[in-house]
Design a protein around this ligand. Structure first.
Ligand SMILES: Cc1cc2nc3c(=O)[nH]c(=O)nc-3n(C[C@H](O)[C@H](O)[C@H](O)COP(=O)(O)OP(=O)(O)OC[C@H]3O[C@@H](n4cnc5c(N)ncnc54)[C@H](O)[C@@H]3O)c2cc1C
Length: 229
């Protein structure tokens, strides 16, 4: 990409997001940025784009109808309670599954500050405004949720925003983004080699395969893996 685009938009954002020099990260990360001249303001150019009509919650609920679901159970602290008859599919952090025996993988998370403005109808011009410049503060972006709603349903008073600030979480519940560098990739490969040795175990998903997946990719990957099984 042109150096001026990199300097203005990418370098600061990347360094706030990961907390390290951009040059120390995997170069594949650069593929997430596109420089375009066609005036299309959409992030991705997929033919079909959108959110499930009633939200992901209802979509998931419909998909799980008739399947027993137990919430608020940490499988890793109850391994003896649940026994897999055919195969165990684990979608949590792969390093946590193996008790961090090869060391901890690094993850980034976001601290979120929600603010409700009673007397502001619109806080910013779009759903997400990025703050790549370190001088604007530690937060990396501000989300204004009402932009995601169909225009006709934005009839409530005020607006809700969320400031997001990246940090290094230690609690697995806060792991959001696998760290894209060679050191962590090498540690991940050690854990992956352990999984391959066991034929009744599948560790998958964003935390299991230690790679960032967008929703469409996560769904595509799940369909692909289930077809294989
Ligand atoms: C901050 C953030 C913003 C995102 N924004 C977007 C976006 O705008 N657009 C987009 O397309 N994608 C976005 N994504 C990506 C999308 O959310 C993920 O791709 C998707 O959720 C991955 O699905 P998954 O099933 O692999 O993992 P997850 O959704 O993380 O599911 C893993 C599941 O495993 C459970 N689990 C973990 N450990 C245990 C345990 N020990 N015992 C029992 N259960 C356990 C967790 O509770 C969780 O339910 C975003 C992700 C993050 C983190």
């Amino acid at each position: 990409m042109p150096r001026s685009v990199y300097q203005q938009f990418v370098k600061g954002y990347t360094e706030k997001q990961w907390g390290v020099a951009a040059t120390s990260l995997e170069s594949a990360l650069a593929r997430r940025f596109e420089v375009r001249h066609d005036g299309d303001i959409r992030l991705s150019k997929h033919k079909y784009q959108g959110l499930p009509i009633d939200g992901y919650h209802f979509w998931m609920q419909k998909m799980l109808a008739g399947i027993p679901v137990f919430l608020e159970h940490d499988y890793l602290s109850e391994r003896d309670v649940y026994r897999a008859r055919k195969m165990l599919i684990f979608t949590g952090p792969i390093d946590e599954y193996f008790g961090y025996k090869y060391g901890r993988l690094r993850y980034r998370g976001q601290k979120r500050l929600h603010r409700y403005f009673t007397d502001v109808q619109q806080y910013q011009p779009g759903v997400q405004v990025n703050y790549p410049d370190i001088d604007t503060g530690p937060h990396i972006r501000i989300i204004e949720w009402k932009h995601l709603m169909p225009a006709g349903s934005r009839i409530f008073k005020g607006t809700l925003t969320t400031n997001e600030t990246p940090y290094d979480p230690l609690d697995p519940n806060d792991f959001e983004y696998p760290f894209p560098d060679c050191t962590n990739r090498a540690v991940y490969n050690l854990y992956k080699a352990e999984v391959v040795k066991q034929d009744r175990l599948l560790i998958c998903g964003r935390l299991g395969e230690y790679r960032y997946l967008d929703m469409d990719q996560a769904i595509g990957r799940a369909l692909h893996l289930s077809k294989d099984l």
